[in-house]
Design a protein around this ligand. Structure first.
Ligand code: IPM
Ligand code: MN
Length: 371
């Protein structure tokens, strides 16, 4: 089959990691007889430099015309350290999410057996943890009315949610739970926030349509603690935009590295796939960033296109690289491999799993002939 894939490399390590994900997609295309036609587009600090706009119109058009979007990372320190900047790279991503209606952000987190010792958390706490965070992505405080008083002394960000915004992601979360361990945990702050009380009421009512799924509730402060104390209790976590942003970074500690966490942002018409990590400016161009989150995002992209066998293969390659220690320094500080070598390994494994296994000792000795 033919698929149009928009690639937005973005800033910092974005271009390096998406290049590895593209290698994996190319290998899948070869191995399974598909054609992926890529179109590159600009977003973020690089788009501001080139056009003055963090999200050029052309990027939206390319994304709308695509079957799926692969995105790298966004952000640059020159904006982070300048709170008065009028144009910011992150506005590009937020506007893209909004213009494409990507309301549902899915962030799967699991403790990889091979990486348990990498996590600062104890094995007995994280072993077996496997959850999927459903983060609402186009509402809440991220998109509320923003104000800064003329004298610069008072600022405010409004937070609002409608029943419709809550319902559409709640249905997706319950459907996901039906295919998993049949539990949804709504994370909110209903003891304080009106919006959270609307979430509870709406999600409780929707839960009745899914009687086989257990629904429970946690206040976000408690959820942040439970994530570290007892992460295996979670199956599907459903939450609003800002809480989801925070607890998904926290949850990445369970996986042993934030460099492993992929995500899908889906709407009615479009879907975008991206690592949850940022642009990691200190690592830019050094060939040290972990490409696995981007590669696993490509696997989620394949699943979205209903290419499940293909996605399984990519995930198998990732597991294999972890098992063999064919990993970047965040995971394998003693004997690290470069970003692009890890990408080569994954592509090679997709094309020739047997050979890759056999040749592994040679690869380690630097005698690799892999692509
Ligand atoms: C994420 C990021 C973004 C967010 C930033 C870059 C705007 O942290 O995707 O989690 O806050 O949503
Ligand atoms: Mn984030």
């Amino acid at each position: 089959m033919n698929y149009n894939i928009a690639i937005i490399p973005g800033d910092g390590i974005g271009p390096e990691v998406t290049a590895q994900a593209k290698k994996a997609l190319d290998a899948v295309a070869d191995e399974f007889g598909h054609t992926f036609t890529y179109t590159q587009a600009l977003m973020g600090a690089c788009a501001i430099d080139a056009t003055g706009n963090p999200l050029p119109e052309e990027t939206i058009d390319i994304c709308e015309a695509s079957d799926a979007i692969l995105f790298g990372a966004i952000g640059h320190p020159k904006y982070d350290n300048d709170p008065s900047a009028k144009v910011r790279p992150e506005q590009g991503l937020l506007r893209l999410r909004k213009s494409l209606g990507l309301f549902c952000n899915v962030r799967p987190v699991k403790a990889y057996e091979q990486l348990i010792e990498n996590s600062p958390l104890k094995r007995e706490i994280i072993s077996g943890a496997d959850m999927s965070i459903y983060r609402e992505l186009t509402g809440g405080i991220y998109f509320g009315e923003k104000n800064l008083s003329d004298d610069g002394q008072i600022a405010s960000d409004g937070c609002s949610y409608s029943v419709e915004e809550i319902s559409r992601i709640a249905h997706l979360a319950f459907k996901e739970a039906q295919n998993r361990r049949k539990k949804v945990t709504l994370v909110d702050k209903a003891n304080v926030l009106e919006t959270s009380r609307l979430w509870r009421k709406t999600v409780t009512a929707i839960g009745k349509e899914y009687p086989e799924v257990a629904l429970d509730f946690l206040f976000v402060d408690n959820a942040a603690m439970q994530m570290i104390l007892n992460p295996t209790q979670f199956d599907v976590i459903l939450t609003e935009n800002l809480f989801g942003d925070i607890i998904s970074d926290e949850a990445s500690v369970i996986g042993g590295s934030i460099g492993l966490l992929a995500s899908a942002s889906v709407g009615k018409e479009n879907a975008l796939f991206e690592p949850i990590h940022g642009s990691f400016p200190q690592a830019t161009g050094k060939d040290i960033a972990n490409p696995l989150a981007s590669i696993l995002s490509a696997a989620m992209l394949l699943r979205h296109l209903n290419l499940h066998k293909e996605a399984d293969k990519v995930e198998e390659a990732v597991e294999k690289s972890l098992e063999l220690g064919f990993s970047t320094a965040d995971i394998n500080p003693e004997n690290p491999f470069g970003t692009s070598k890890v990408g080569d390994f994954i592509a090679d494994y997709i094309l020739n799993p047997e050979d890759t296994n056999r040749n592994f000792n040679n690869i380690f000795a630097g005698q690799s002939t892999i692509i």
